[in-house]
Each structure stands twice: as C-alpha cells, then as structure tokens.
Write a protein that binds this ligand. Structure first.
Ligand code: AMP
Ligand code: MG
Length: 523
C-alpha cells in the first residue's frame, strides 16, 4: 500500500483524536464478535477488483483542500473505494447498540462503515472520513459489509442536497463503484439478484450516535460511558465543557442535544423529508441527519407517509418524526442517567424539547407562509386541506409565494394539485381568503413575502423518482443523471426554469414504483 508522493492526497493531515482518546479492542482479527470495554475495533477495508469514481462533491473536496485533478486521479478511486491507505489513516469500526422499531436490539455497530481517520480540513475543523460499503467489520453480524450502487447513489446525493438546504447532515465526498457484485434480495421475497457494488466516502466531525451511549449503559460499563461522554463534551460541545460543575456539564450537554435534535426535525418537516428509520442507532449525537437508507421526500403532502416498506405500522412516518425524536431522546436520557444519578434535570430537558420543538415548528410554519407571526387556525386549516386534497407540497409553497396578496386565486395553483376538481378548488379558495386576511392583518407586502417564503421553501428537492431515474441510468453505465442532480441540489432555493426536468410533480408511473414511493431497507 505504498503511495507515490507527488499527489495532493498526500497533503491530507490526519489527527485521529477519537482513536487516541477512547479504548481500542485488543483483538485485531476482523472477526464478528461482541466487544467489551472498548469503542473501537481496528481492521482493514476489503480491497475491491475495479474501483472507479462515479461522482465526487466539489464542495466537500474544497473543504478537505483537494483539487479537481486529485479527485479525478486513479489514486483517489483506489483510496476512497478502500484499496489504498494514506499515511496517517488508521481504519477502524465503532461499537454501538440501538433501539430498532421500539425494541432494544443489543450490539449493532459499524457493520459496513469503516472510519479511515480524522482530517484537518481547510477551515481548521476536524473531519472524519468514513467508507460505507468497504467490507466486513467485527459488527457485520449476518451481513456482508457491502453496499449496492442504488443505495449509494441515494446516500451520496441526499447528503449533499441536505447540506445545501441548510440542514445539518453528514456529508459525502465521493461515490465509487467497486467492480464487485453484491447479492441483494430487494423485496425480501426469496429472489436475490446480483447488483453492482459501490462505496461512499462520508464526512462528518463525528459519526457518534445515541446508540454509542446506550450500549455502554446496557452493559453497565459506566466508567467507559463517562469517558465517552467526557470526550464528546470536550471535543464537540465547548459551551458545556466550559461549565465547572460536572453534573451541570452533563445536563447542559443533554439539553443541547435535545435542542439540536428539535432544530433538525423542524428542518425535516419544513422540507418534507422522511428519514424512514429513526432508530436510536440512526440519530447523531451532533444533531446531524445520518444514515440515508429508505428515506424519502413528500411529493403530495401526506402526514402518514413513510417510504420504508419494512415499517408497516408507519412508526417513522412524516408526522411521527417529532414524537419519535423525543422517544429516542428518552432512551438517551436513560443511558446517561448513571452520570447524573437523578432523573429530574433530564426530564426537564425532555420537557424543554417539546417546548423548543413547538416554538421552532410554529416559527417555521409562519416563515413558510411569509407571515411575521404564527397564526394557529390558518395553519391548521392549511394542513388539513393539504392532507385531504392531494397537493404537491414543494410546488404549492413556491407557487403560493408568487401570487399577489390582492389576487389569491385557487385557479392559479391548479398545477400543484394531483387531482384537481371543483371541490378541491373551492376548498382551496376558502383557505386562500383566510390567508389574504392574515396577510393584511399582519401588514405583509408581496415582495417581502415572496423573498421570505422562497428562502424557506425549496424549489428543488431530491424527489424519490428523480433519484430513481438517475439510478436507472447509472445501472446501465450512464452517470450523467447523478451529476445533473448533484449540480441542481447546490442551489435548492433558486427558482427552477418552468421546463426544468426537476420542476415537476411526481409522474403517475412513479406513484407506486419501487424506489420512488416504496423503499426497502435492503441496500
Ligand atoms: P441500518 O438499518 O442501515 O441503520 O443498519 C442497522 C445495522 O445493520 C447497523 O449496525 C449496520 O452497520 C448494519 N448493517 C446494515 N447493512 C449491513 C451490511 N450490508 N453489512 C453489514 N452490516 C450491515
Ligand atoms: Mg444505521
């Protein structure tokens, strides 16, 4: 694994703080096992036969100080598909547990994610590079440690789309194919198929999840729990770390996690994002969107919708995301209770989550409508209308912003409805009249309203069918669809041309198509 020294990749400087600060399992054989009294397990990525770069994010490359020529080099694909290590990289997987669909699942861990090391980025921040799909780890349980192209395209594109929407998220540097086939039973119906394999390189200050704390509490490894909490606070929560009283420090930190999680879920609700698998192992301690699996974006506004076909009860549907976030925070509170010994301060924080969420969600709803102050009956009647009459959420808010206050006509919004009829338009007109009154009462002018609304309502979202179209092309070797979506996702609030392929409702063919409105966890 010797690397030539004439490439900018060699200029990456690694400082593997987390590996230095937290215990490493002494076993270095890459064998599946339960790990005790350790966070990390050292291992090597599994080499692949033919790494090829499919796409990379210029923005993340800039953050890391990598130029275009470097990202397009042979070596880049070798490194970010898992075939070569750079000096300073120390590949490792981490141990976590989690509550999956409401039940404790024990040890999960990075089953197909391999941290390569922490890079000092161009802005001085520290960024962990992590390969997803580069082979087995001690946490792979019964699975293969690999990822297929379709799910890797979805993770790569959505990470970057989220970032540009202004939503906290893990980032994606690159997407490589591996030349290795991967067997997947996409519908879990006993018909596995061979699919192209891929690796995404994810980037974030830390990939720590609620589940990292839960597993230590479940195992009563309280000393290590304290060590992990202290490391997390000292490294990522400087305001909490500045407090001298230990208990106050932990409580302040938990309050901050509650706050960030509330802010995150408000963003998801604002843009119509449904995570799909809000298990506690998929919630980031930094409040980032993490683990893009069977996620989706609302086309028509349907609060009960979840893209995840494995979630038959709709536990993780759009509407349930705020209460589920709180449920997950309660699991985290239980896990860190041994550090504080009394539940009351944590209960206060959880109460604070509910209040924070409501306050932020109301402000968000007001801003989506261009209002100065939240108007309860107006919002309630809008959501009830949107839920009853199949309406495209993204198109609706953008079209609404363009209508003059003194001429709010339902007919002008007809294209945002999936099944426009006389009743739907009448109901919409009733709401628009109510909206016009609110705008007059709050003294809101059209230009200011349009500007405020368009800054909060994206014109571009990574609609499920758009991602699926790009995946279908990619699976036949044409990556142009991926590049076009990546480019469009960089300016999601800019108006889209009327005839843009990204400026359209979900077509009928996509209504019930796999990958478009229904996704399995198979990835
Ligand atoms: P997820 O539902 O994707 O969040 O994954 C839950 C757990 O399963 C995590 O520990 C993952 O690392 C693990 N996992 C998912 N897919 C694979 C795979 N193909 N190989 C190994 N582990 C996996
Ligand atoms: Mg996960």
């Amino acid at each position: 694994m010797n690397i030539p020294r004439n490439n900018r990749l060699d200029s990456l400087i690694f400082d593997n703080v987390s590996l230095r600060a937290l215990p490493i399992d002494p076993e270095t054989k890459n064998e599946r096992r339960q790990i005790r009294e350790a966070i990390h397990a050292l291992l090597q990525p599994t080499p692949c036969p033919d790494p090829q770069i499919v796409a990379y994010s210029r923005d993340v490359a800039d953050l890391l100080g990598l130029d275009e020529a470097t990202c397009e080099s042979r070596q880049f694909a070798e490194v970010f598909a898992g075939n070569q290590l750079l000096s300073g990289m120390q590949p490792h997987a981490t141990c976590y547990g989690g509550h999956q669909f409401g039940s404790w699942a024990g040890q999960l861990g990075d089953g197909r994610a391999i941290n390569l090391g922490e890079v000092i980025a161009a802005d001085g921040s520290s960024q962990m590079l992590q390969l997803k799909g580069a082979g087995e780890t001690p946490f792979s349980r019964t699975a293969d440690g690999l990822a297929v192209l379709r799910s890797s395209v979805r993770e790569f594109l959505c990470s970057e789309a989220m970032h540009h929407l202004g939503i906290p998220t893990t980032r994606a540097l690159s997407l490589c194919t591996t030349g290795r086939s991967v067997w997947r039973d996409m519908f879990y119906d006993g018909n596995p198929k061979e699919e192209p394999g891929a690796v995404v390189c994810r980037v974030a200050p830390s990939f720590l999840r609620f589940g990292h704390f839960e597993i230590l509490a479940a195992r009563r490894e309280n000393q290590l729990l304290k060590q992990l909490a202290d490391f997390t606070i000292n490294t990522y929560f400087p305001e909490s770390a500045a407090l001298t009283d230990e208990r106050e420090r932990y409580v302040h930190w938990f309050a901050e996690v509650c706050d960030r999680t509330a802010a995150l879920v408000v963003h998801w609700m604002r843009t119509g994002f449904v995570h799909g698998v809000m298990n506690t192992d998929n919630l980031s301690i930094l409040g980032l969107t993490i683990d893009y699996g069977p996620y989706g974006w609302l086309d028509s506004y349907d609060p009960e919708w979840t893209p995840n076909t494995s979630d038959s009860g709709g536990r993780y549907c759009y509407r349930n995301q705020p209460p589920i976030a709180q449920w997950n925070l309660i699991r985290l509170a239980n896990a860190i209770l041994p550090l504080i010994d009394e539940p009351a301060p944590l209960e206060n924080c959880l109460q604070g989550f509910a209040e924070q969420y409501t306050r932020r969600a109301e402000a968000m709803t007001a801003s989506k409508l261009g209002l100065k102050t939240y108007a309860e009956p107006l919002a309630t009647s809008l959501f009830s209308f949107l839920g009853q009459v199949e309406t495209d959420m993204t198109l609706f808010y953008r079209a609404l912003a363009d209508l003059p206050r003194d001429d709010l006509r339902a007919n002008a919004l007809v294209d945002t409805l999936y099944r426009p009829d006389v009743d739907a338009l009448e109901a919409l007109q009733v709401w628009l009249d109510q909206y016009a009154r609110a705008l007059k009462n709050q003294g809101i002018e059209d230009a200011a309203r349009r500007q405020a609304m368009n800054a909060n309502n994206p014109a571009f979202i990574l609609r499920n069918f758009l991602a699926q179209e790009a995946i279908d092309r990619a699976e036949s070797g044409d990556f142009a669809g991926i590049h076009a979506l990546l480019e469009a996702s960089r300016r999601p609030y800019d108006p889209l041309p009327k005839d843009s392929p990204f400026n359209r409702k979900r077509p009928d063919w996509a209504r019930a198509k796999t990958g478009c409105s229904q996704l399995s966890c198979s990835s």
